[in-house]
Design a binder for this molecule. Structure first.
Ligand code: RIB
Length: 296
């Protein structure tokens, strides 16, 4: 690690209610599953934990309910060394995600709950935290007006920010223009852009499309994924984004940061739940060396 970059993640905290089964039930069908787990999750919390494990100084700006899930979600972040003083408590239930895992792959329904109380007015009070960051990381499980406010603050203060547009929705042009990097997966990219090949040219050095086991593409070409056996892919995208942020904020170039982020994601999918398998910086560099790379 070149330094300990100061990262601010702005996004969701959810309790993940995860059912693992041999197949997905069809409409109207009841099946018996194999196991049920509750895991801490939410794209914001996952990215904060991943970045902290990789050695960044991380603050999370988010919102939970005044309920037991909210207590637990904040507690887990504290244990991971994430700064939690900018997480608010709303008079509603905490966010939950109902997740179905089949053959290592997931389908997710998110009930945003308190995450949708992360308003522009709340964010305005956190402007100084945003301005003091070396990199900001944001996703779309919070109100779009809040994303727009963060985007404008980052631009005003010249703070680079990564927009992970998940779950995808059409975005105001200003948000796309102001983002330093945009990291959709393939299906999100097709919602955001009519022609992804054209978008890769138009947003050169900004748009990075993740393609799972096929690696990532940007205007400089494709960066291959590392071979990995998936137990549960939940949180792989979050790990990728956090690692990309940490590496770019540490002075890495885009291609090298993507390679590092691919390695982090390959390690993360080896465990159940979003956060359990998130690697440390040491884990990532060891894994890269084992695969013939020479990380900084
Ligand atoms: O990216 C994975 C996350 O998406 C899960 O942890 C779930 O909470 C949803 O937000």
């Amino acid at each position: 690690m070149l330094n300990k970059p100061k990262l601010t993640v702005i996004g969701s905290l959810n309790m993940d209610l995860t059912a693992t089964s041999a197949k997905r039930p069809a409409a109207g069908e009841t099946i018996l599953g194999e196991r049920f787990d509750t895991f801490p999750g939410g794209k914001g919390a996952n990215q904060a934990v991943a970045a902290a494990r990789l050695g960044a100084d991380v603050s999370l700006i988010g919102m939970v309910g005044k309920d037991a899930f909210g207590d637990e979600l904040v507690q887990v972040l504290k244990q991971e060394g994430v700064r939690t003083d900018h997480i608010g408590r709303a008079d509603t239930s905490s966010g939950v995600a109902v997740i179905q895992v089949v053959d290592g792959d997931n389908s997710i329904t998110v009930i945003p709950g308190a995450n949708f109380q992360l308003t522009p007015a709340f964010i305005k009070k956190k402007k100084d935290v945003i301005e003091a960051s070396e990199m900001v990381l944001i996703q779309l499980e919070i109100p779009i007006e809040t994303v727009a406010a963060v985007s404008a603050y980052c631009q005003e203060a010249n703070v680079p920010y990564i927009l992970n547009p998940a779950p995808a929705q059409a975005l105001p042009a200003a948000i796309i223009q102001q983002a330093s990097y945009i990291t959709p997966n393939e299906s999100e990219a097709s919602i955001l852009f009519e022609d992804t090949n054209k978008a890769l040219q138009e947003f050169a050095d900004k748009l990075v499309i993740t393609k799972g086991e096929k690696g990532v593409v940007y205007n400089g070409g494709t960066i291959a994924a590392y071979p990995a056996e998936a137990v549960d892919t939940t949180g792989a995208g979050d790990t990728f984004n956090a690692a990309l942020a940490v590496r770019l904020a540490s002075g890495g170039k885009l291609a090298e940061a993507c390679c590092y982020a691919n390695a982090a994601a390959a390690l993360q999918i080896g465990s159940s739940g979003a956060q359990a398998g998130m690697p440390t910086h040491q884990d990532v560099t060891t894994f890269m060396r084992q695969n013939g790379e020479n990380p900084l």
